[in-house]
Design a protein around this ligand. Structure first.
Ligand code: KG4
Ligand code: ZN
Length: 339
C-alpha cells in the first residue's frame, strides 16, 4: 500500500451502535454504545433498538473520529453493516453511512456482519497471530451460530448452523428460567465456575453432524426445573451453581462435538472463534486445551472484537477498499443478507 488510508466502520445491526476508525490494519478508535433499554424487557425490542441507534449514531461516529485524532476530511471510505440483522436498526447505519459518504465525496463499502465477525481476526494485534487460509470459523453469539470454512477473505462456505435458536439464546433462555437477569449468559457462566458440570445430565439434541439445535435443550431445562421445584421450592437457589455448570457443560460439549466433526470433514485444524459467546470461560478453556489434545491451532480474538463492534466492520472496509470493492449509491440494507 502506498499511503495511509483511514476507513470509518459503522455497525448498527442489533442493539449496539458502534463506530471505529482503522488505518492500514491498526484500529485507532473503537466506540460502542450498548443499549441498556432492552434489559428490562428481557430481550432486544426492535423498535426501541432503531430509535436508540438514531439517537446514538452521531455522537458515536463523532467520538470515533475524535478518538482517532483525525478530521473527517481525512477519511478515505465509509464502511457500514448492510446485514444480516434487524431491518430498522440496519436502516439507521445504512442511511447515515450513505449520506456521510456522499457529503465527503468518498467511496462507500457495504459489509456482511457475519463475514465481519470472521475477518475481525485480521485486525493488527501484536499479541495475536492471524489465521492462515483455509481455516474454520466458529461464530457464536446471541444472534448467530455458524461453522464456516474460510478459504480466502471473501471466499467462505457455511458448513453448519443452528436450525432454531442461537447459542447465546440457549444461554440467555436457560438463565431466564433460573430467574437470572438478561442477558444471562455471563451470569450463568459465573455460577457455572463454582458448580459440578456432571450434577444434572441433559441430552444433546440430535441434528446433522455440523448443525445445531438449541430449542429442545431450553425445553428440557424448563421441564427439569419445574419438576424439581415442585418437589423442593428452594431447588434453584440451593443448586444454582450445579444447574448452571451442567447446562454450560452440555452446550460446550455439543459445540466441541460439532467442531470435531467439522475438522474430520474438512481436514482443517486451524480454528478461529468470534461472537459474544466466545467470552464463555468453558469454551475458552476447552478450545485452549484442544490445541494440545487434538493438535488444533485456535485463535481467540480480544473480547472487544468478539462482541458486536465496528472495528470488525472497519477491517472489512479496508480489505474491500484495497480491492476497490465499493457499494453503489442505491445500495440497501438486507436483514437476511447471505454470504
Ligand atoms: O455478540 P454479542 O455481544 O451480540 C449478539 O448477539 O450479536 O453476543 C451476546 C450474547 C448473549 O446471548 C450473551 O448472553 C452471550 O453472548 N454471552 C455469553 C457470555 N458472555 C456473553 N454466553 C455465555 N457465557 C458468557 N461468558
Ligand atoms: Zn454479531
Amino acid at each position: 500500500m502506498h499511503s495511509k488510508s483511514y476507513i470509518l466502520g459503522i455497525e448498527s445491526s442489533c442493539d449496539d451502535t458502534a463506530a471505529a476508525v482503522i488505518c492500514n490494519g491498526k484500529i485507532l478508535s473503537n466506540i460502542v454504545a450498548t443499549q441498556e433499554i432492552h434489559t428490562e424487557f428481557g430481550g432486544v425490542v426492535p423498535e426501541l433498538a432503531s430509535r436508540a441507534h438514531q439517537q446514538n449514531i452521531l455522537p458515536v461516529v463523532h467520538q470515533a473520529i475524535a478518538k482517532a485524532n483525525i478530521d473527517k476530511k481525512d477519511l478515505s471510505a465509509i464502511a457500514f453493516t448492510k446485514g444480516p440483522g434487524l431491518m430498522g436498526a440496519l436502516l439507521v447505519g445504512t442511511s447515515f453511512a450513505k449520506s456521510f459518504a456522499m457529503g465527503l465525496n468518498i467511496p462507500l463499502v457495504s459489509v456482511n456482519h457475519m463475514q465481519a465477525h470472521i475477518l475481525a481476526h485480521f485486525i493488527d494485534d501484536e499479541n495475536k497471530e492471524k489465521p492462515n487460509f483455509p481455516f474454520i470459523a466458529l461464530t457464536i453469539s446471541g444472534g448467530h451460530t455458524q461453522i464456516v470454512v474460510v478459504k480466502d477473505y471473501f471466499e467462505m462456505e457455511i458448513i453448519g448452523q443452528t436450525l432454531d435458536d442461537a447459542i447465546g439464546e440457549a444461554f440467555d433462555k436457560s438463565a431466564k428460567i433460573l430467574g437470572l437477569d438478561y442477558p444471562g449468559g455471563p451470569i450463568l457462566d459465573a455460577y457455572a465456575q463454582k458448580g459440578n458440570p456432571l450434577a444434572f445430565p441433559f441430552t444433546k439434541p440430535k441434528v446433522g453432524p455440523m448443525d445445531f439445535s438449541f430449542s429442545g435443550l431450553k425445553t428440557a431445562v424448563l421441564y427439569f426445573v419445574e419438576r424439581e421445584v415442585k418437589a423442593n421450592p428452594k431447588f434453584i437457589e440451593e443448586n444454582m451453581a450445579d444447574i448452571c455448570a451442567s447446562i454450560q457443560f452440555t452446550i460446550v460439549d455439543y459445540v466441541m462435538d460439532k467442531l470435531k466433526n467439522a475438522v474430520k470433514e474438512t481436514g482443517i485444524k486451524e480454528i478461529a472463534i468470534g461472537g459474544g459467546v466466545s467470552a464463555n470461560s468453558e469454551i475458552r478453556k476447552v478450545l485452549t486445551e484442544a490445541q494440545q489434545k487434538h493438535g488444533w491451532k485456535v485463535h481467540i480474538p480480544k473480547l472487544e472484537y468478539c462482541t458486536d463492534n465496528a472495528a470488525m466492520v472497519a477491517i472489512v472496509g479496508q480489505l474491500k477498499y484495497e480491492r476497490e470493492i465499493f457499494a453503489a449509491n442505491d445500495v440497501v440494507a438486507n436483514s437476511r443478507l447471505k454470504f
